[in-house]
Design a protein around this ligand. Sequence first.
Ligand code: FAD
Length: 393
Amino acid sequence: GVPRVVVVGGGAGGATAARYIAKGSQGAVSVTLIEPTRRYYTCFFSNLYLGGLREMDSLGHDYGTLAAEYGINVVHDWAVGVDRDTRTVSLASGASIPYDKLILSPGIDFKEGAVPGWDVTAQSAMPHAYKGGTQAQLLKAQVMAMPEGGTFAIVTPPNPYRCPPGPYERVSMVAHTLSEVNPSAKILIVDPKEGYSKQALFEEGWQAHYGGMIERIGPDFGGTNVSVNPAEMTIDIDGQVESVDVCNVIPAQQAGHIVHAAGLTDGDWAPVNAVDLSSKTDPDVHILGDSAAQGDMPKSGFAANSQAKVCANAVLGALTDARVFPARFSNTCWSLIAPEDGVKVGATYEATEEKIASIDSFISQPGEDAETRAQTYQESLGWYAAITTDMFG
Ligand code: FAD
């Protein structure tokens, strides 16, 4: 019969892989996409929503085109188990779906106990806003409700985590909103890391745009020794307890639960072969995006999309007589520091025996002129439109 590909997770990695396989095979491969939500809200640009520069609705994408134009069997359900011996995926509804090749791209889950006092039952009091949709809306509502001169605290995660510059872009965009609606408010960053992505660029920008608003407590001053009390709205930093008005807790992360359940992880992430993103444990299962141990690539939507295209090409090559091209990857992470003040970091990569290895890289420079920064922001708008079309058609 027709070979069957099942994709779990309709996000940056999964939606792209499903679309490329369906498009490339012209019906010669059947593609099933399993995704619980009917509308996917991108995490990318959710910080711009916090900054008042983007409507939440503009971040939502649905699966109608993938079903109608590409013939993908879109199943809105949770995958709850993978039986790699019988090659079936079981769903929360009780159904079981057979595959010849399985692609897992479920994103991240949080590590339990990473920030003492916080668990998912506390996410209404102290949102993470690190998965798409309602959490970002909640965080925005909390920012808008802050008392005059109040404190917004953000607990940032240890490496590796999705979107290395994400927490710092968030600080920038919250600072932008506060500078308009609540200029005497303060932002407190509690950070377990010595340094972070694009640090010099963020610090320069914060000084220029939001002087005096933002304070960062790194590991030398207790950034690694943090607990929270969601009922009291307090944060304990190395024994010093502070009351805060908003507390955005972004816990340490690991591969999505289904990847662990499938027995494909080594520690927190799933080891993969760089050439086709196949699992090092099972050649018929591929892991894309945040859940994979991605070598030199950061965990980003751009990276997941780039890996998905390499994976789709390899899967088509294995199941049909499609030609397989050498694996090449690229990534750029844009961040917005203030309206029209965009910066970026990026690289290109190749597949080696060992990993996805960086070939060359680039980064915005401190002190760039306003025109360059505005152009960088424009580039990011083009990228958002292009990647979401590449994902959802
Ligand atoms: P996701 O895109 O999260 O997709 C996973 C999907 O799997 C979800 O839809 C989920 O519902 C589904 N799923 C999970 N478990 C199951 C299951 N058991 N069964 C079925 N479905 C399941 N990246 C960039 O490139 N640029 C940016 O500017 C950028 N900004 C960001 C800002 C923020 C605040 C955040 C949080 C992230 C940002 N990212 C950015 C990172 C980007 O969102 C992720 O790296 C990317 O979405 C990862 O793609 P993925 O396919 O691994 O996971």
